[in-house]
Write a protein that binds this ligand. Structure first.
Ligand SMILES: *Cc1c(COP(=O)(O)O)cnc(C)c1O
Length: 405
């Protein structure tokens, strides 16, 4: 008889966004005339840059011609894109990454999930709390998380609380961690880490033989000079860290799908090069990102492409500023929103995340995301995103101000 992977049965239902949708539907049914403003979505809303769509149109024409047709491409991505990544994302920052250390993929979500394939089941895993749920659930599926407890924590995961007291930065794990997931600038807290702060982790990983899985999906939103865009800006990181990047938030590719992962050749575990293992994994289980999409991603690095994506990011960061300043003005304690498109707001008067979520929905018709949905330490916070339109953002902030005054 066939047997299932029973780890899947241990997973709690993914209630966060379905519960939010249900509450919003109930509200709309009761208040058909109220205009809902969604500040909870983690998806971009502005269209692809023209430089990108122009390149994609050209690539479509290529595909329709004998001379320009592309069938299966290299699983690791076309060299034209990998070269641009090496030059622009690394060399320009003084980081030396080789082209065969870049693996182009269909998403940082897939990669951060799939990377667990190359690690043994008995590795200990440390995650931040609150956290992007993908890191937790994929380790649970692989049998690395133990059981899901009533306290909302997996028995075998090491949780690193990111709280107000610690500036929402994790402290070094209390127990030895083999694999450490870090995401800066962070989703959901919107907080960034400085070079000095990341250096502590690189040092820990090198001393303990740990591997850092560094999610840098929001690097393009960094505004402060002293915030590193890559973990490899820290000396020694190539020996202990894998980096995940994505065109999703950087250039509006959430629906187009293109990302990449960097596995340096210096990174060895038990003498084995992880670069080779990931290459084997990708070439076996993945057949590459479409030529048309990679041509679009390459155009992100063109002069015109850079100009356009910077305008879009400024637009979102202006929204972030409006939210941050507006909510602070209304008396809320707010974090993030400076180097990331997320604002992490403390609930007033010790309200629970869901209570404050309900109150903002009922009284202001504004949809947010309850912090508790990202882990136990997210309780007492809500996340707002800067991905709405300017008008909707202003309107939402005004409505929230009105109910809080
Ligand atoms: C949005 C996001 C990503 C990007 O995922 P893609 O699969 O590339 O769209 C990765 N990590 C975090 C934390 C995110 O919020």
């Amino acid at each position: 008889m066939a047997k299932i992977n029973e780890n899947y049965l241990k997973l709690p239902g993914s209630y966060l966004f379905s519960t939010i949708a249900k509450k919003v539907n109930e509200y709309t049914a009761k208040n058909p005339d109220k205009k809902i403003i969604r500040m909870g979505i983690g998806d971009v809303t502005r269209p692809l840059a023209k430089a990108v769509t122009d390149a994609m149109h050209d690539a479509v024409e290529d595909m329709g011609s004998y001379e320009g047709f592309h069938g299966y491409g290299p699983e690791q991505g076309y060299d034209f894109l990998r070269m641009l990544i090496v030059e622009n994302d690394y060399k320009k920052r003084g980081i030396d990454i080789a082209i065969d250390e870049i693996f182009v993929s269909d998403g940082a979500k897939s990669d951060t999930g799939n990377i667990t394939d190359i690690f043994a089941v008995d590795n200990t895993v440390a995650v931040c709390d609150p956290v992007y749920p993908v890191y937790v659930d994929t380790n649970a599926m692989a049998g690395r998380a133990g059981d899901f407890g009533k306290d909302g924590r997996w028995t075998n995961l090491i949780y690193m609380p990111c709280t107000e007291e610690s500036g929402f930065l994790p402290a070094l794990p209390s127990k030895h961690a083999d694999l450490i997931y870090l995401c800066f600038p962070n989703n959901p807290t919107g907080m960034a880490a400085t070079k000095e702060q990341l250096a502590v982790w690189v040092d820990y990983a090198r001393r303990n033989g740990s591997v850092i899985l560094f999610d840098s999906a929001y690097e393009a939103f960094i505004q402060d000079e002293d915030v590193p865009h890559s973990i490899y800006e820290i000396e020694g990181a190539k020996e202990c860290a894998i980096e995940f990047r994505s065109f999703s938030k950087t250039a509006g590719f959430t629906g187009t799908r293109c990302a990449y992962t960097v596995v340096p050749k210096e990174l060895k575990v038990g003498g084995v090069m992880l670069n080779g293992l990931w290459l084997r994994r990708q070439t076996t289980k993945f057949n590459g990102v479409p030529y048309i999409v990679q041509k679009g991603a390459a155009a992100v690095y063109s002069e015109q492409g850079q100009k356009e994506i910077k305008e879009t990011i400024s637009y979102y960061m202006n929204n972030a500023k409006i939210i941050r300043e507006g909510l602070a003005c209304a008396g809320l304690t707010v974090y993030g929103g400076v180097n990331a498109p997320y604002i992490w707001a403390k609930t007033p008067n010790g309200l629970g995340s869901w209570e404050f979520f309900d109150s903002l929905l009922e009284k202001a018709a504004v949809v947010t995301t309850p912090g508790a949905g990202f882990g136990p330490s997210g309780e007492g916070y809500i996340r707002l995103t800067a991905f709405s339109t300017l008008d909707a953002t202003k309107e939402a902030v005004e409505r929230i101000k009105k109910i809080l005054y």
